[in-house]
Design a protein around this ligand. Structure first.
Ligand SMILES: Nc1ncnc2c1ncn2[C@@H]1O[C@H](COP(=O)(O)OP(=O)(O)OP(=O)(O)O)[C@@H](O)[C@H]1O
Ligand SMILES: [Mg+2]
Length: 313
């Protein structure tokens, strides 16, 4: 097996639908053995880019190499080595869990004895044994995601491309799925994962953020946080909620989010003293201090074009 540093290399990737540019001149590298998060608001082009990487859609422009092979020329060779979990459920609703997995094993050419072994292993691993005879169409949202993930890993691929694998999955199952992702990465599997969940983004080794099809942030997760150019302040005190609107109206403020009993405020990098200007706006009853940026701050600052109020808990 050829060893390569970057399992996906994308250069100048563009997809147009008529006049509309869904993916715009994207450069992206996915390092071998890493978990690489793909972030962006709804409609920012993540699924479209992924579909081109998997050879399921032609690019309008640009080059794609997956596992060292140029796409879409080597699409069938690449597909044999890639596990792709689609955003929408794409398995047979009128087959049972076991029948779906058996079908995939057959199509992917896994020998019968090995297929039986792997089928049992993935069903145990993904808590599907007790539902194995249930039609896929009648499964809950989370069970469907677990089946789709089982199908993606059945061939033990070198590269996993997971498009929002944990949407509809409960928090405990999500943690278990992430434990699996880390385990797979530790034995050399590379994972590209799209997600809207910021706690998941924090767990990735690398991140790429799209906005309107354009890459707006890219790099090591820690580095993106440490090198965040804007400033984040925390506002604490009794009943901070009514402060939100007046803070949002400040010209130096990019975004405000309430998190539990406190407000997180992103202040423009141009402002020399963010703590002072926020304090002056809200009065002495509240405390304001500067804090470190999270990936959510990086995401919000990179993707919002107008000021936004993030409604959290
Ligand atoms: N076949 C198509 N024809 C026309 N427009 C399309 C087509 N496929 C996608 N688009 C448009 O391209 C844009 C990007 O869509 P895409 O599904 O890639 O976004 P996404 O980042 O995956 O969003 P989400 O987070 O909601 O899954 C959207 O505006 C979508 O409507
Ligand atoms: Mg999508």
């Amino acid at each position: 097996m050829k060893l390569i540093d970057d399992v996906i290399v994308v250069h100048g990737l563009t997809k147009r639908f008529g006049e509309f540019v869904a993916v715009n001149n994207l450069d992206m590298n996915i390092k071998s053995g890493s978990i690489h998060g793909f972030l962006g608001p709804n409609g920012s082009g993540k699924t479209t880019a992924i579909r081109m990487m998997c050879g399921l859609m032609d690019a309008s422009e640009g080059d794609i190499h997956v596992l060292g092979l140029s796409m879409p020329e080597h699409a069938s060779q690449v597909r044999d080595q890639v596990g792709y979990m689609t955003q929408k459920f794409a398995l047979y609703e009128d087959l049972t869990i076991k029948e779906n997995l058996r079908f995939i094993a057959k199509v992917r050419g896994i020998p019968a004895a090995l297929a039986k072994e792997r089928l049992n292993a993935v069903m145990i691993d993904n808590d599907l044994v007790e539902y194995q005879s249930q039609l896929a169409g009648s499964l809950s949202g989370g069970q469907k995601r677990r089946l789709a993930f089982s199908a993606a890993v059945l061939t033990e691929p070198r590269l996993l491309i997971l498009d929002e694998p944990t949407s509809e999955v409960d928090p405990n199952t999500r943690r278990e799925m992430w434990a699996k992702f880390f385990k797979l990465a530790s034995v050399g599997t590379s994972i590209l994962i799209s997600t809207h969940l910021m706690d998941e983004a924090e767990r990735c080794h690398y991140l790429t953020v799209l906005n309107d099809g354009i890459k707006v942030a890219d790099g090591k997760t820690d580095q993106l946080k440490n090198e965040f150019s804007h400033q984040v302040v925390l506002v604490e005190g009794e009943n901070v909620t009514p402060l939100t609107d007046s803070i949002m109206q400040m010209k130096q403020v990019l975004a405000v989010a309430q998190s539990g009993l406190v407000l997180r405020v992103i202040v423009s990098k141009e402002e020399a003293d963010p703590v002072r200007i926020v304090s002056e706006n809200i009065g002495p009853k509240f405390s304001v201090r500067k804090i470190k940026a999270t990936i959510e701050d990086v995401f919000v600052a990179a993707t919002q074009t107008t000021k936004c109020r993030l409604d959290k808990e």
